[in-house]
Ligand binder design. Structure first.
Ligand code: ADP
Ligand code: MG
Length: 147
């Protein structure tokens, strides 16, 4: 179990690889101002709750790190919201509560094996977030606060 932590800000543009290459869109957050939080928490896959003040609160599974498969030079914060949206929401305020850790960052021999693993991560997140010790955070006021 981890101590839940909160991060938020406007959704920024990433490299466009989430949805285009993987079929898995990730709403990127700026890491500016979060260097302390990020160095306290190991790179890897986490789960928790995501709030978009005008749209609601959704389950999310998130990668924090360098994405070894893509060889990124900078750490990124990339939550996949487990909900079907019919439009993008770049620029909107996104608030996250991270409540659990799934696994460390890993490299994969192929894009297929990476995608399979991310779908497993999603299953783990979906189920864990139904457990009261994790589900209770969906009511945290931070998720729906406008800023
Ligand atoms: P980028 O590299 O710019 O982050 P992605 O391919 O990762 O591009 O797509 C992410 C964008 O898709 C988000 O910024 C958001 O506007 C939109 N989006 C649509 N559905 C989702 C979802 N379920 N989870 C996360 N982002 C989503
Ligand atoms: Mg993304």
């Amino acid at each position: 179990p981890i101590n839940p932590w909160r991060i938020g800000g406007p959704v920024i543009k990433g490299f466009g690889r989430g949805s285009k290459v993987l079929g898995i869109p990730t709403a990127n957050l700026s890491t500016v101002g979060y260097s302390d939080l990020l160095s306290e928490h190991p790179s890897g896959v986490y789960f928790g709750w995501a709030g978009l003040p005008t749209r609601g609160v959704f389950k999310m599974v998130m990668s924090i790190g360098w994405n070894p498969y893509f060889n990124n030079a900078e750490k990124t914060i990339e939550p996949w919201l487990l909900h079907e949206f019919n439009e993008d929401f770049y620029g909107e305020e996104l608030h996250l509560i991270i409540v659990g850790y799934i696994r460390p960052e890993a490299n994969f021999p192929s894009l297929e094996s990476l995608v399979v693993k991310i779908y497993e991560d999603r299953e783990i997140a979906e189920r864990a977030l139904e457990i009261p010790e994790y589900s209770k955070y969906k009511d945290d006021p931070y998720l729906t606060s406008p800023s």
